[in-house]
Design a protein around this ligand. Sequence first.
Ligand code: ADP
Length: 286
Amino acid sequence: MNENIIEFNNVSFAYDSEIVNAPAVVKNVTLSIKRGSFVAVLGHNGSGKSTLAKLCNAILVPQTGKVTVNGMDTADNGLTFDIRRTVGMVFQNPDNQIVATVVEDDVAFGPENLGVEPKEIRRRVDEALKSVGMYDYRLFEPHKLSGGQKQRVAIAGITAMQTECIVLDEPTAMLDPRGRLEVMETVKRLNRELGITVVFITHFMNEATQADRVLVMDDGGIILDGTPKEVFSHKEIIIDAGLDLPAAAEFSDMLISDGFNLPDGILTAEECIEAIYAEAKKRGVC
Ligand code: ADP
């Protein structure tokens, strides 16, 4: 089997394709998403992230170039069903994604539509709710849940269809800090423990630092692609693209310019604390 679950080959997309010279909002993108990887996508508003996400599971199809999912061409209408069974999408607003009045019915909705047997649906719903830590809420009414809990139910609805890849389009944008953490921890666990491939669009830099790979989009193209350490080492490009550096990176840069001897490339609060502690020890402060 191909080691890449999603491949973009020289893909361009314009919304008003019938208009001559309509501007492409995704431009000549060539990209491979490795099976089992956790990829974060960053970019300022309007840079093309959502469009890229929708090209991943045939919600949109490119006018030029080709997108394949497990080798299936997204432009082939006959394959749309299989493509959507392979790559599921989670969107920003948790309220727009919940269709049922009881949590477990909502999670069952996807597998029911796939024609899965009732006994197998029961098993999948229980397993999916456990995998996102929402099993105890299976009989709750979704509107009584917090935003983070609703997003976890939406994610369970995708995993109950046994999709191999989840594309999440700013799933934490409308959540409070606790909800953001819940969703991030859930997605990390699904990636680590179940091997689900994750494409995670976010505008929170600290979320991107937790991915295996970070893509930065600007004006419809990918301008940076690498590990979080590689990508965030291009500080000027990040700032020129209208993004911030992770808070821990900014903080450690300030300390370095104040004469502290900290290593380059600090991205997380943990790394920053460790480096400050090591420096303080060296100076005999603690
Ligand atoms: P991002 O997710 O990075 O904010 P989008 O992919 O949503 O970027 O948008 C890329 C560009 O496409 C923007 O200029 C946006 O205005 C435009 N766009 C997005 N959706 C539509 C649409 N349905 N119709 C026309 N233009 C759109």
